[in-house]
Design a protein around this ligand. Structure first.
Ligand code: PMP
Length: 405
């Protein structure tokens, strides 16, 4: 059970007023608010244990190193990875995908090799592959959607040829909320000897992920979308793959020895972490994972499903509404348009009522093209949202419709 009133007390920002109205924050897909314990982990880190990590002989450095490496173990446990060497800290989902596409792609993909993406990818899971295409001449293929905005699995199967080497798809769509059948996607790819990266930016905050059960080759996410700090994220990769891949960036930390003639790279995970890592952020991320798992991902999933169902049924009663994302298995995202009201206008009117939603293409322009629209209004929910807030959101939407009619 989610005790939402108790939970809300952990998030001071939820008490804010915007234009003298209580803040109703429905932009959780873009970033989540931070519980007090996460902000405290950041201030505790800077106030009490700040020292640059690794190779430090002094006490504080060793303490900070231990906190950072414990955070890595915390992420390992969260994803159920086999080893903490498989957890690479990055700046976020975007950097994690760039790292995988660049390092794996440069070493293992060649001209004519095919990479499968899907129509519902975020730009972060499109552009790095296009950059690889420019460098290496790979071919990008795209899984289309059916009319419920689910991936067309028959079409997916038919995309494979002997040249298919890699599949990179999102677990949950940031626009549609569609939860993709990633286990099946991975199994099919593996039966063709292709590797798979799963973009978990929108899944880890909402549902339990087990990278070993999925048999994912790579799995990536951002801390800020799971109640953690900005500027840090995770690349999970199977050890044998990460071992075989070249470093992504060069510098301190990622080396064993350096001379002007020859440099020997460090072992995993440090090989992929050039420069001073965000050791305060990693500790705060670990605290966020504790927080989320204390509530329980099963509880979160059940509560958010209730919110989504309620919001969807209320929204559907508004004449002229069109919902984008009608998958059977959906996460707590509600994208819509009403008649010909521009998404931006709707967003502005909701904002004046203290309601924060996101409008626009949501960094998924190819998806917008597939849907034949320029953008949507997107409300995305968290376990700290309430049915009362949804009622106010629906009233706000109706007010906007009245203004335009
Ligand atoms: N993938 C998906 C599905 C996302 O929703 C986002 C963030 N909107 C990203 C990737 C990029 O995440 P970040 O900006 O934190 O790197």
């Amino acid at each position: 059970m989610v005790d939402v009133n108790k939970i809300r007390q952990d998030f001071p920002i939820l008490e804010r007023s915007i234009y003298n109205k209580p803040l109703i924050y429905l932009d959780n897909g873009a970033t989540t608010q931070k519980p007090r314990c996460v902000v405290e982990a950041i201030s505790e880190g800077y106030y009490n244990t700040n020292a640059n990590i690794h190779r430090g002989v002094h006490f504080l450095s060793q303490e900070a190193t231990e906190a950072h490496e414990n955070a890595r173990k915390r992420v390992q446990k969260f994803l159920n990875a086999e080893s903490s060497d498989e957890i690479i800290f990055t700046r976020g989902t975007t950097e994690a995908i760039n790292l995988a596409a660049s390092s794996y792609g440069d070493k293992f993909l060649k001209e004519g090799d095919e990479v499968i993406l899907s129509e519902m990818e975020h730009h972060a899971n499109i552009v790095p592959w296009q950059m690889l295409r420019e460098r290496k001449g790979i071919v990008i293929k795209v899984i289309p959607m059916n009319d419920k905005q689910e991936l067309d699995m028959e079409a997916y199967r038919s995309l494979f040829t002997e040249n298919t080497k890699f599949v990179s798809v999102t677990h949950v769509s940031n626009v549609l909320g569609t939860v993709n059948p990633v286990k099946e996607i991975i199994d099919i790819a593996h039966s063709h000897n292709a590797k798979v990266l799963i973009d978990g930016a929108q899944s880890v905050p909402h549902l339990k992920v087990d990278v070993q059960a999925l048999d994912a080759d790579f799995y990536v996410f951002s801390a800020h979308k799971i109640y953690g700090p900005t500027g840090i994220g995770v690349l999970y990769g199977k050890k044998e793959l990460l071992d075989a891949m070249p470093p992504y960036q060069g510098g301190g930390e990622m080396i064993a020895t350096v001379s002007f003639d020859k440099t020997v790279y460090n072992e995993l995970p440090y090989k992929f972490e050039a420069g001073t890592p965000d050791y305060i952020g990693s500790t705060a991320l670990a605290r966020a994972l504790d927080y989320v798992e204390d509530i329980g991902l099963e509880n979160i999933e059940a509560y958010e499903a209730e919110l989504l169902e309620y919001a969807t049924s209320e929204l559907k009663q508004i004449p002229g509404v069109k919902i984008y994302g009608n998958a059977s298995h959906k996460s707590a995202v509600l994208s819509f348009l009403i008649n010909d009201i521009h998404h931006y206008d709707m967003g502005m009117i909701l904002d004046k009522q203290g309601i924060a939603v996101r409008t626009g293409h949501h960094c998924a322009q190819p998806l917008m093209s597939a849907l034949g629209i320029e953008g949507t209004v997107r409300a995305s929910f968290s376990f700290y949202n309430t049915k009362d807030e949804i009622d106010m959101f629906i009233r706000g939407v109706k007010r906007a419709v009245d203004m335009f009619s």
